[in-house]
Ligand binder design. Structure first.
Ligand code: ADP
Ligand code: MG
Length: 572
């Protein structure tokens, strides 16, 4: 029962710790935020589990986080009376990176310390940030409801291995003890710690308490050390505001507060690019605070997403949802939704067919699209950045969300023959503004690369006539084009499909020339048809080309070449 094990950290963790220890970490005090954030998550989970099993609260129902420091031991301790961890939990959570994106993280390391340190944040390596300031970390923990004999002690100096053993622990929850490095002694200071907590953790909705600041006299005594008696038990005081940030009126919340809250809910180090905070009154009131990250989450294309929008019911955390509150095409959105109207014991299954959830989802989509529209209009540079990061994902919305297709179409950005930029910065609106008076359709070409699109022989006649063509070169674009048939009354036409009808743009002269050519090449066309036989459905003389002798065209009602390639590679 008492056996002590020494285990190796997972290789990724070792790499991570090394990185952390050597790193010129721009923001050292983040360690405290990370540990408090974990303590807060742990109490959220206990509060939720206790709804089903009240006995988990034992005789200690007041959930809180405590930060202590000890000048003689040179330690800082962050403790909580949350859910705690079993021995297995400890090994799984504090010995590995319990994240699906671990591989991707390791692969994405650049060797550039500043950049890699930023990546650390994205992967929720939060706990390991203890080693930024500590050369030894001890964790004491006991899972809620577990026998006190099954408390667990974990310890590591952050160098490849850690130990775990059972220890008797009456106190439920977790205490993380940081044995500070020499160069981190500045944190052994009540005022400093308070300042950091207020700066980064004020939004935490439960109390973060510290021993009351000693009077000046008492402080002098402690400094002298020798005769410092632990005579009077220091009283506690709550350091943070301890209320749910999203319930406060918008005008009272500062940008830095919104930003810190984002970092906590999204487990991100980077600031969000933008956010929207709103309350809906009425029969089914709810509050939402939704953020657009400024970094791509690394699970953006993973089959199973790990993070999403957090659902709260009356301030109680219920679950992190990756499917119901946001559609796939807005899967990068992070934040919280808090409603009064769901049962606290709501299950994932229940979310699936729930009218309230559907209403919240529709409302949230609208708010996010409005936010993006506003950004596109008022901060085009920011919007361009957003588009570079998430445009590919947003495009899925055209296919997925029929009811918002028109709005999403308005947010799309493409490359086009209008300029040589490789930034997708042309909106359909821009295109339509530049259309020739007689031009009826929005033209696009699809290809596998932007270069390929630009070099497409299909463009020749359009270039000659000075007609702009959108250059679609992402895999999702063929699907997009299959669903986006028109915008603002203008049909979208592939330059590679069917008969090319340039409508009024055809001058009489070139029509005559075409007819003449058709006569002239009748024989050749006949021979080509015979030779190519089954491989093509038709051979035509065309005015599509000005420089290239021939090109392949797809029938009006056939799938584009890209989709055909996709189907073929899928063995269809
Ligand atoms: P994240 O918070 O993103 O999950 P961390 O590295 O911060 O990643 O924490 C790793 C895991 O360790 C957490 O997911 C949680 O399961 C566990 N953990 C950390 N701190 C605590 C705590 N105070 N109480 C309970 N579990 C914790
Ligand atoms: Mg964490």
């Amino acid at each position: 029962q008492a056996e002590k094990e020494t285990l190796e950290f997972q290789a990724e963790v070792q790499q991570l710790l090394k990185l952390m220890i050597q790193s010129v970490y721009s923001n050292r005090e983040a360690f405290l935020r990370e540990l408090i954030s974990n303590a807060s998550d742990a109490t959220d989970r206990l509060r939720f589990d206790a709804l089903r099993d009240e006995s988990l609260l034992e005789d200690d129902p007041e959930l809180k986080i405590r930060v202590d420091f000890d000048l003689t031991e040179r330690t800082i301790t962050v403790s909580d009376n949350g859910i705690g961890m079993s021995r297995d939990d400890v090994v799984n959570n504090l010995g590995t990176i319990a994240r699906s994106g671990t591989r991707a993280f390791i692969d994405s390391l650049t060797g550039d310390q500043a950049q890699d340190a930023r990546l650390i944040g994205q992967f929720g390596v939060g706990f390991y940030s203890a080693f930024i300031v500590a050369d030894r970390v001890t964790v004491h923990t006991r899972k809620a409801g577990e026998d006190p004999d099954y408390g667990v002690r974990w310890e590591s100096a952050g160098e490849g291995a850690y130990s775990v053993e059972y220890e008797h622990r009456t106190q439920r929850g977790t205490a993380v003890v940081l044995h500070l490095r020499m160069d981190a002694e500045e944190y052994l200071d009540g005022k400093r710690l308070r300042e950091i907590i207020r700066r980064y953790s004020d939004h935490i909705s439960l109390p973060i308490v510290m021993p009351a600041l000693p009077t000046d006299k008492a402080k002098d005594e402690t400094k002298e050390g020798a005769a410092a008696e632990p005579s009077e038990q220091p009283t506690e005081e709550t350091v943070n505001r301890a209320s749910a940030l999203w319930m406060r009126p918008k005008i009272e919340i500062s940008d830095p507060e919104y930003i810190e809250f984002y970092k906590h809910v999204a487990h991100d180090y980077e600031e969000p690019q933008n956010w929207v905070h709103y309350k809906v009154e009425g029969t089914h009131p709810y509050t939402a605070l939704l953020y657009i990250p400024s970094l791509r989450p690394l699970d953006l294309y993973a089959r199973e997403q790990t993070r999403g929008v957090k659902l709260y019911v009356r301030r109680v955390f219920v679950m992190e949802d990756t499917k119901h509150l946001m559609p796939r095409y807005l899967r990068f959105v992070r934040g919280i939704v808090d409603t009064d109207d769901l049962p606290l014991n709501v299950s994932r299954e229940l979310l699936q067919h729930n009218r309230l959830i559907d209403t919240i989802r529709a409302g949230s989509i609208r708010r996010i699209l409005e936010l993006l529209e506003k950004m596109a209009k008022k901060e085009p540079k920011n919007y361009q950045e957003f588009w570079t990061r998430f445009g590919t994902v947003l495009k899925e919305g055209v296919v997925e969300d029929t009811s918002n297709r028109e709005r999403i179409a308005g947010l799309l950005r493409f490359c086009s023959t209008h300029d040589t930029s490789d930034q997708a910065n042309v909106s359909l609106e821009d295109y339509i503004k530049r259309m020739k008076p007689e031009q009826k359709a929005i033209y696009y070409v699809t290809a596998e690369t932007l270069g390929g699109a630009r070099r497409s022989p299909h463009l020749e006649v359009f270039n000659k006539k000075g007609l702009e063509v959108l250059l679609l070169h992402e895999p999702v674009d063929e699907w997009l084009a299959a669903y986006l048939l028109e915008h603002d009354g203008k049909p979208l036409h592939s330059v590679a499909k069917g008969e090319l009808d340039l409508g009024g743009l055809e001058d009489a002269e070139s029509k005559a020339a075409l007819q003449q050519a058709q006569e002239e090449y009748k024989k050749l066309v006949g021979r080509l048809q015979e030779t190519l036989d089954e491989r093509v459905s038709d051979v035509r003389v065309s005015h599509r080309l000005t420089d290239s002798p021939a090109c392949l065209v797809v029938g009006e009602h056939e799938l584009g070449a890209g989709v055909m390639r996709m189907l073929r590679s899928a063995g269809q």
